[in-house]
Design a protein around this ligand. Sequence first.
Ligand SMILES: [Fe+2]
Length: 238
Amino acid sequence: MLNKSYNIDQIYNSVKDTTNQGYSKLSNFVSNDEVNILIGILENLFLENEKKYSGRIVEIKNINRAEFSILKKYKDIINKNLNSVLKTKFYLNKVWFERKIFNINTNENYKSELPYVPHIDKIRFFKALIYLQDTSEVNGAIKLGKQKPDDFETLRQKIINNKNVSNIVNNKTVTYNSINGKRGDIILFDTNNPHLAGDGEENKMRMTIRLDFENIHWNNNNLFSKIKFMSKNALKLI
Ligand SMILES: [Fe+2]
């Protein structure tokens, strides 16, 4: 499979689409060889890192400084022109890796809980999901609405300022699509676009890399409370 090379204008348009409708997809963005390199890095980083969440096994790890230096070698692979486009409006805030294993579910109530119900995130990010394998409903692809992210900013501010305001979105007119994609695709989305985690079938795995970007105006709470919040919510993936 040959990867498609995107020029700056095409990527700009995709980012623009994301700001208008909440998400977009850059098909075949990462080449087969590059995906193999990234999978190799993940295999090394995640080998012994299993945690349980909502009755299913989740593997996740925030990468540390040493690991980040390994990753930096591959910065060009995963960012390419995307990074330079985002730099004009966003800055790269944090790099996360995730790899999930869906296992036998022991808690039948999980589907009525976050992150398996439509919501927006309290801390807003522009995310790039790199699919390292084909991803669909079967292995728990994210489900996204198609809404203009800025339209939900007032609600998010209410959530931030009043702990009684829920981040669950109950609007029945919003429909949610499973964002299926192929190995090498990148999905761009804004967490202000209502979304929910895909549950997937038992024992199915999804391997993705997630890059988080933020606009300097979005999350201007102090660093300490941000770290505290993010570590508390580290398992609440997308
Ligand atoms: Fe979320």
